[in-house]
Design a protein around this ligand. Structure first.
Ligand SMILES: [Fe+2]
Length: 376
């Protein structure tokens, strides 16, 4: 098999973008049917099939359960020709549902192919299961099978293209976020590692809360996906703080401290403005909530608004726990680095006053897990 990247690597011309790479890998076709003959006929009929210069790679499974296994081995399968009645009456329909709901695979095109239409009436099957085409086996003469395959592959290709575009936009967004955070950090003494630790811990805390079922009405998949990247932005408002204050070696006086504290609201406003240009919940809206809320305290004694308890956005409460813990275990010019046990004792002391006690509890579990992983 020719590696599509070889072309790029050995070319003397500058790469001219994704168009330069020609994919010649065959499309993967999974045939799921309990009759051996169906496999043989399908392979025969489609032996010279080609779509956009790419042939087919046939993968066979003889039951619904085996079909699931093969699909796990080949998640990049483009089309499934799926029988209905196999090890049990609706084995094919069961697999179709499993593919979408359990494997979360919404790309693969499913062509239901049945010998006994009575077992899966067309309308019902189409409405109740996320299948893409429905054919009876008798109908699948070579011409019909050919057009069904072309239609399915065309759709599959479109979906892949949209997915690639989405990934590209997402990567660009993350790149922008990291650049913004770098700008703020450039002025601050915080290291890049600090920011990355906050990112990992915030993500781990959100996941631990989700596992425990805490704040279930707030933590959904989007929340889990965004919080790590959004957490990077918590101190972005520091770009607006003068270096004389940000880098002052000694303690800040009252006036300087007042200026320093404005970084929370400044970060929130900056991100809020940008976030309005993007529809829907995204990393910038969440970043804005985090920047504005990460110095609020559970008992209402924080800044900038003096919000209390669950009025403080959850994402900000999570990042506050990650941020405070990291500050404790880090060496600063005015203090040594605390041990993990000392830091955790302090976190427990602050639970319910400064910090959300439920999130502090989650931190205990996250740290225990981290420790267990280190010990192997
Ligand atoms: Fe801050």
């Amino acid at each position: 098999m020719v590696d599509p990247n070889d072309d790029l690597m050995f070319s003397n011309d500058p790469p001219s973008g994704p168009l330069h790479v020609v994919n010649v890998d065959p499309w993967k076709l999974l045939i799921v049917d309990d009759e051996e003959q169906v496999h043989a006929v399908t392979r025969l009929v489609l032996s010279d099939f080609e779509f956009e210069g790419r042939g087919l790679e046939f993968i066979s499974a003889y039951s619904g359960m085996e079909g699931a296994k093969r699909l796990m081995e080949h998640p990049d399968t483009a089309v499934i020709l799926l029988d209905v009645v196999m090890e049990f009456d609706h084995a094919g329909l069961h697999l179709a549902r499993q593919i979408r709901e359990e494997f979360n695979n919404h790309s693969v095109r499913i062509v239901l192919r049945t010998g006994q239409p009575g077992q899966a009436p067309e309308k019902r099957a189409f409405l109740d299961y996320d299948i893409n085409d429905y054919r009876t086996k008798t109908e699948l003469t070579s011409d019909r099978l050919f057009t069904a395959m072309v239609g399915a592959l065309r759709n599959y290709k479109d979906i892949q293209r949209i997915k690639a575009l989405y990934e590209q936009v997402k990567a660009a967004q993350i790149g922008t976020v990291v650049a913004m955070a770098d700008l703020a950090e450039y002025k601050d003494e915080d290291t890049g590692e600090h920011v990355m630790r906050i990112r990992a811990r915030s993500e781990a805390l959100a996941r631990a809360l989700a596992e425990q079922g805490a704040y279930a009405e707030l933590i959904n998949d989007t929340f889990l996906e965004l919080i790590g990247t959004a957490s990077i932005l918590h101190d972005v408002g520091k770009v607006a703080i003068p270096d004389s204050i940000l880098r002052k070696p000694g303690k800040l006086d009252e006036e300087e401290w007042k200026v320093m504290k404005t970084h929370a609201a400044k970060g929130e406003n900056l991100l809020f403005k940008v976030a309005q240009m993007v529809p829907g919940p995204n990393v910038l809206t969440m970043g804005s909530q985090i920047a504005g809320g990460h110095h609020e305290k559970w008992d209402g004694s924080g800044y900038p608004r003096g919000l209390q308890g669950e009025d403080i956005p959850l994402e900000a409460r999570i990042v506050a726990v990650a941020d405070v813990y990291d500050a404790l275990i880090s060496k600063r010019c005015y203090k040594k680095a605390w041990t993990a046990d000392e830091a955790m004792a302090e976190m427990r002391r602050c639970a319910g006053s400064h910090l959300d006690p439920v999130v502090v509890e989650a931190l205990e579990r996250v740290l225990a897990k981290e420790r267990a992983e280190i010990l192997g």
